[in-house]
Design a protein around this ligand. Structure first.
Ligand code: MG
Length: 162
């Protein structure tokens, strides 16, 4: 067995009117999107933070500061691609990832496979290495009140060289 590392990621973005809702690299039809400096793709942000955590490279705020105008409105899938390149440059490959979106609406199931394909494509891994699930909080808390969306991610990485 190689040198295995785990990473976990968590992110939250608030709903904001007049923005597209981008989740897992997929624009999901909905009345409002998420507020943020980039495209506010909360799912991709959680996944990136999990990978960066496994690399022990700090967090995505360190890699892509939201004070840097270069990242204004940028596609988070593009940032995920860069995180994948960083991992490869450090000798890591992604063995497995699972994610959870926490939101009341919209329903995610119709978009799940497209999200998996988007994120797997950005990382250059097989689609079966990326899991996407969703849950509600039964109307409780900020996600239950539909004030925002949360996302969790966990990854298993293998380091092939020091
Ligand atoms: Mg974020």
């Amino acid at each position: 067995m190689g040198d295995l590392r785990v990473g976990t990621g968590f992110d939250v973005h608030a709903f904001a009117p007049g923005r597209p809702l981008v989740l897992g690299g997929v624009t999901v039809p909905h009345g409002s999107g998420l507020a943020g400096h980039s495209d506010a793709d909360v799912l991709v942000h959680a996944l990136m933070d999990a990978i960066v955590g496994a690399l022990r490279e700090g967090d995505i705020g360190k890699l892509f500061p939201d004070t840097d105008p270069a990242y204004a409105g940028i596609s988070s899938i593009e940032l995920l691609r860069r995180v994948g390149e960083l991992a490869a440059s450090r000798g890591y490959r992604l063995l497995d990832a699972d994610t959870v979106l926490v939101l009341e609406r919209p329903k995610i199931a119709p978009y799940r496979e497209a999200m998996r394909e988007q994120m797997a494509g950005a990382l250059g891994v097989a689609v079966d290495r990326i899991g996407v699930k969703a849950t509600t909080t039964e109307g409780l808390g900020f996600t239950g009140r539909e004030e925002g969306v949360a996302a969790h991610a966990i990854v298993l990485m293998e380091r092939s060289r020091p």
